[in-house]
Design a protein around this ligand. Structure first.
Ligand code: BGC
Length: 254
């Protein structure tokens, strides 16, 4: 799996999620993966040391050329290298200098970013929102709901759109893909919740485009056509690789 040529267009992306940690080597000119995607389940409990070890193992497995930049995503608010929340991982991450934790373990600098921000950046540069102008709102429907604002190509970080309070509930507790699975909702029943959610986002932010990511976006034809919105809403193109690709692109300073 070793990439033999060192290129200034390559970077490693690592995407830490509530259920899995994934990584690959990326060509940041095209957003294509240059290696297999390597993956480990997110360690039980989502504790910092266990997740750190999983990241180190995956980066080692990729055998990227020395000096290749590394971008790492995390499913929480990321401010100046610290994780400031922990919705679907251990509370031990709150306030932790997480960027430093990974840098010390990997022995080099990394670029550290919220997972949905990385995915949104990738979709905006290489995917479903490539030619979009104005405000693009990316939402990832997974364990939680991630949000990203990209305005004319510029990422505005840490839009915690999964935690809007709607009808007295944390939005992701009702409308995430995990909520659909947990409550065994039909696509129609879930779409009603999504309709409420996206109507609220539309009212608050007047976006020009919604992009819907997360693993469930591969079944988008089963629920997106059930929504009635003024804003165009499209499935993510990069699917489960968006976080990896965005992290790599941000690490390379695309
Ligand atoms: C977290 C976000 C994250 C999203 C998707 C939410 O619960 O608060 O930071 O982007 O889940 O993983």
């Amino acid at each position: 799996m070793r990439a033999v040529t060192k290129s200034k267009h390559q970077a490693v992306g690592v995407d830490i999620g509530g259920t899995g940690v994934k990584a690959a080597l990326v060509d940041v000119r095209t957003g294509e993966l240059l290696s297999d995607r390597v993956k480990l389940p997110t360690p039980e409990g989502g504790e910092p040391d266990a997740i750190r070890d999983a990241v180190v193992e995956l980066v080692d497995r990729l055998e990227a050329p020395e000096g290749t930049p590394i971008g790492v995503t995390f499913p929480a608010i990321v401010r100046h290298g610290r994780t400031m929340s922990a919705a679907n991982v251990s509370k031990a991450w709150i306030g932790l200098e997480a960027e430093r934790l990974f840098e010390q373990a990997l022995g080099r600098d990394i670029h550290f970013v919220n997972d949905a921000d990385a995915a949104g950046f990738a979709e905006d540069h290489y995917g479903a929102a490539k030619d979009a102008a104005g405000l693009v709102i990316m939402t990832t429907l997974g364990t939680g709901i991630g949000g990203a604002f990209i305005y004319n190509g510029v990422l505005i970080p840490n839009a915690e759109l999964g935690h809007l309070e709607i009808d007295g509930h944390d939005a992701e507790s009702r409308a995430s893909n995990r909520a659909r699975e947990r409550e065994e909702l039909s696509w129609e029943a879930w779409a009603e919740r999504l309709q409420r959610y996206y109507t609220h986002l539309e009212f608050l932010f007047s976006p020009d485009l919604f992009v819907v990511g997360g693993g469930v976006s591969k079944s988008s034809e089963l629920f997106l056509p059930l929504l009635t919105l003024d804003t165009p809403i499209v499935p993510a193109k990069l699917r489960n690789n968006a976080g990896i690709i965005g992290a790599a692109a941000l690490a390379r300073g695309v």
